[in-house]
Design a binder for this molecule. Structure first.
Ligand code: G3P
Length: 378
């Protein structure tokens, strides 16, 4: 089914949405709009590169500095994972536990907040955003998650505060005016079932933020992601921006597990499962191994039928996550045993583009754009 699109004209820093194709209510099943193509010189149907956690290959993830670098490198969209604070603000972190990505352990005033929780069946110990007010979180500073792979990024440890989603949106507008481009976000609702269970749900806060920022409309530069299903199905009735169903290579969505629904991610990516997803989502965001699996020696095998199956169901496909460093690459593309050195990520990204993906998430947006330009011959 043909998707409705809204053109965006960028003129002297003014972003004018054309009326053509504007829907007046939630899109009908199977007709979710795609986020608008933007002024990159790419066409509407060109693959979309999403800066994963910003430009997390170069800066501590999910900081304004990481997002700004990604946008300045040329991508139009950044991936923004969202978790709530104790006082109901949405902040950009990959998970509620912040011991691995901030200096919270160095703050004696927060030592007593260290605790253990079970989230989606996994026991975690550390400090959790939902136990801190935004003002308290603002006293912390971000640090590099994987210094063993990205030692140079530690240069930036301690420099950048935790950002709210509102601050990310403010930056997108400010920078968009400077760069004369529409800059967008792919917010991801993290641990939906868990946060709902503790009476601090993410979805109503996200919808309120989109409404407040004029972003709950077809053509807005936003696509909402989740690894869960029920929340996306509910959001489909509440928002007019596209949705992206994330899937993992194994296991099952936490909401389905909680409800006793036996469906797994493998069921979701079956042809019948994909047709169900297409009723509420525009995109499928699979683990990259679901598109091109690795064999026992960690070398790439043949592409699965997932891209073709998803396209047949009317879904676009944007796998995650592409990273330049050796340990994240197939064995045959590694340059050495070094965990910090880059391997031949161009070959990996080219293989996925050739397999027909409609975009992908990358920690090094500049490298990914180079791959895209090669693929498009521009
Ligand atoms: O959002 C796409 C991809 O980022 C999903 O993985 O774990 O980084 O949220 P994760």
């Amino acid at each position: 089914m043909k998707r409705k699109r809204v053109g965006v004209l960028v003129l002297s820093g003014l972003v004018l949405a054309t009326a053509a194709g504007l829907a007046v209510g939630p899109a009908a099943a199977g007709e979710q709009p795609a986020p608008d193509a933007v002024a990159t010189g790419h066409g509407h149907d060109d693959p979309v590169i999403v800066g994963h956690r910003g430009a997390s290959g170069y800066r501590p993830e999910h900081t304004l500095a990481s997002y700004e670098l990604a946008w300045r490198m040329g991508v139009d969209f950044v991936d923004v994972d969202l978790v709530p604070t104790k006082d109901g603000q949405l902040v950009a972190r990959h998970e509620p536990e912040i011991g691995g990505t901030t200096d919270v352990a160095d703050h004696p005033e927060f030592a007593a907040r260290r605790t253990s929780k079970v989230i989606d069946g996994t026991k975690l110990t550390g400090w959790f955003t939902e136990d801190f007010t935004l003002a308290e979180l603002k006293t912390l500073r971000a640090k590099e998650r994987i210094p063993e792979n990205r030692p140079n990024n530690q240069l930036y440890d301690g420099r950048f505060p935790i950002a709210t989603y509102q601050e990310v949106l403010d930056l997108s507008r400010r920078l968009g005016r400077e760069l004369h481009r529409t800059l967008g976000t792919y917010p991801e609702v993290k641990h939906s079932t868990y946060f709902t269970s503790i009476d601090n749900p993410i979805e109503p806060k996200l919808v309120a933020l989109l409404n407040r920022n004029g972003l709950n409309r077809p053509g807005a530069p936003v696509a909402i992601q989740s690894f869960e299903v029920s929340n996306l199905q509910a959001l489909h009735r509440q928002v007019r921006v596209p949705l992206l169903q994330l899937t993992e290579a194994s296991g099952a969505p936490a909401d389905l597990v909680a409800k006793g629904d036996k469906r797994t991610y493998a069921d979701l990516v079956s042809p019948a499962g994909l047709r169900e997803i297409a009723k509420y989502a525009t995109y499928l965001g699979p683990d990259k191994s679901q598109v091109i699996p690795l064999d026992a020696d960690e070398n790439p095998g043949s592409p699965t039928s997932l891209v073709a199956d998803a396209h047949r169901a009317g879904l676009k496909v944007a796998p995650y996550t592409f990273r330049n460093e050796n340990p994240f690459l197939p064995a045959n593309l590694r340059s050495s045993e070094s965990p910090t050195a880059y391997g031949n990520v161009f070959a990996e990204e080219a293989a996925f583009l050739k397999a027909g993906v409609d975009g992908f998430f990358a920690d090094q947006p500049d490298t990914a754009l180079e791959s895209l330009h090669d693929f498009l011959g521009r």
